[in-house]
Design a protein around this ligand. Sequence first.
Ligand code: GDP
Length: 367
Amino acid sequence: SDTNYQCIGCGVMIQTQTPEAKGYLPQSALNKGIERGEFYCQRCFRLRHYNELQDVELDEDDFLAQLDQISEDDAYVIHVLDVFDIEGSIISGLPRFIGQQPFAVAVNKVDLLPKSVKLPRLRHWVEQVLHRNGLKPEEVILVSASKGHHLENLTKVIEREVHKRNVYMVGVTNVGKSTLINRLIQHYGGDKEVITTSDTPGTTLDQIQIPLTDNYSLIDTPGLIRSNQMSYYLSREEMAQVLPRKQLKPRTFQLNPEQTLFLAGLARIDFLEGAKTAFTFYVSNDLYLHRTKLEQADTIYTKHVGDMLRPPGKPEALPELISRRIRLEADQDIAISGLGWFTVNQAVELDVWLPKGVGMSIRPAML
Ligand code: GDP
């Protein structure tokens, strides 16, 4: 690198010499970055503004290569999931890569859930979701990295394993892996905040080793950037509105058929058929929910996306909304990767509109 600047997207050192190498940014763009005090390497910039997918595949390859390397070590893997985006944070290929080796799942951000949540029931629910996705962890641990809740359940596992082998933390971006690692470093008495955390995908660059015993370490691995997560299409500022920090306050709307509910400009739920129904949304408390008539929804979206219906601030950075016809039962959720989930109190027929490529799942109700 010929500069001392770091990309705020992926953490790479910015360089202006080799376009095909990582961290490249043309000199002119670097100068603009210096004015703004913010740098994205060209790759991250394209990722954010033009949704260029070949970049993601590259990341996916790197990620798989990394998992492959883990499988060659005598490793214990802790797969970190985000309770706010369980399905979107599952690495479904994990067993294929680590083979028969036992692993644990740490579900982070449980502080977001209402206090009334029974943790044993939630753990059981997570196990069922994992089983349906072909994952059979040795244990499921619920934690909150930002609050430091229930960390002892995790440190117990780490300490048991790290006497025998290296312990790897793996996860897709934004599950809170950096925050969790920083907690663990504090716990083990190391320097605070050795790993940067960020709302921007891919901050953690290389594996970071934290030696815990004479022979073995806790190893943090870079996260996989996922194009099926809503956050992939959002700027840092917008992500702050979409990723919840505080306990979710469920918001309930009594909707009639022929009504539409917008989740800012990011998603749209058309209620087609059924009786008057309570829709309860578990999304960031800062996310704007807007109710309107179905017959006006197209016009309102076209007119107001980017202003009243925002994020997105720049609608052109978001893939177009694509609809899917869904029958949702009363005991099910629809989870939208990175945006949250909603549930209904009786069966309904819906059109669910999401940016093309963003993941969605129908699942037994979490709460
Ligand atoms: P990484 O990409 O997996 O390393 O994730 P980060 O540690 O950078 O965290 C991503 C986002 O999730 C940040 O906005 C964090 O503040 C937030 N976060 C991390 N841990 C928690 C948690 O336990 N609870 C909540 N509510 N938010 C968290």
